[in-house]
Design a protein. Sequence first.
Length: 329
Amino acid sequence: MSVLKKRIMVTGGAGFLGSHLCERLLADGHDVLAVDNYFTGRRDNIAHLLDHPSFEAMRHDVTFPLYVEVDEIYNLACPASPVHYQFDPVQTTKTSVIGAINMLGLAKRLKAKVFQASTSEVYGDPQVHPQTEDYKGSVNPIGPRACYDEGKRCAETLFFDYFRQHRMRIKVVRIFNTYGPRMHPNDGRVVSNFIVQALRGEDITIFGEGTQTRAFCYVDDLIEGFVRMMGTDDATVGPINLGNPHEIPMNELAQVVIRLTGSRSKLVKRPLPADDPTQRCPDISRAKEVLGWQPTVPLEEGLGKTIAYFDRLLSSGAQPAGSAGAVQR
């Protein structure tokens, strides 16, 4: 069965998730425009796509209006790890809020379907576990993570107000921890940090007692969720949680990484960062019911592919971040 070819724009298209999404959309037979200002996105992530006849890359900051002709928009633009979004918190908020306004305005003019990549961070340090989409969250609006948390919350507000006021065709998903090849080497996230430290034979940094839990979804599974959500009828707007519902404590994750890398790294503990959630795990009942979606890639399989990626990166002479900026995210 042939697929109707669409022209699809991906903001943040040179980022970790964006580059995988561009790859998937091209494989599905679409024309793809990747838009990125390369603050955290990397040209290397899309270098293998540049010669594809249906792919185009554009350097652009979504806080400025953009005038293109597309059928669908995936709005992924925003630094997504604390190391990056806290570097320039004002710009982070502007990217989430003004970027959403610009993408919604463009979609309104084009009558295009528009997808918002929101985040589990909208739940803050949750008092309900696991988190359902109906949970309103427990967020500190003036803390060091607020630029991202509140920026994404405001973006959701804008999407749903455009939906109610202008009958826009919106899709909103909330992304939980995702990992895989092309994670930014300097993002300080727990998976990339543990792997790099283990491959280098360095001590692995555990924040707090290491009992805080996270649930990790492999990138291919997440992208499948994106595509299924965008393919739903106009009555399905979300928000819908996308993530892996199986939790693992940080201590246990570190031990798995040590085993898979064959490393002799030891665990060292450091103080827990401000506003770091003790638990983060999605209830994906809605995704199962509405999208027929759930993760399928086992953690050790996904970690193996991610380790192989970082091993190649280190062998090529890249200099990923050490432990100083790491967060248990």
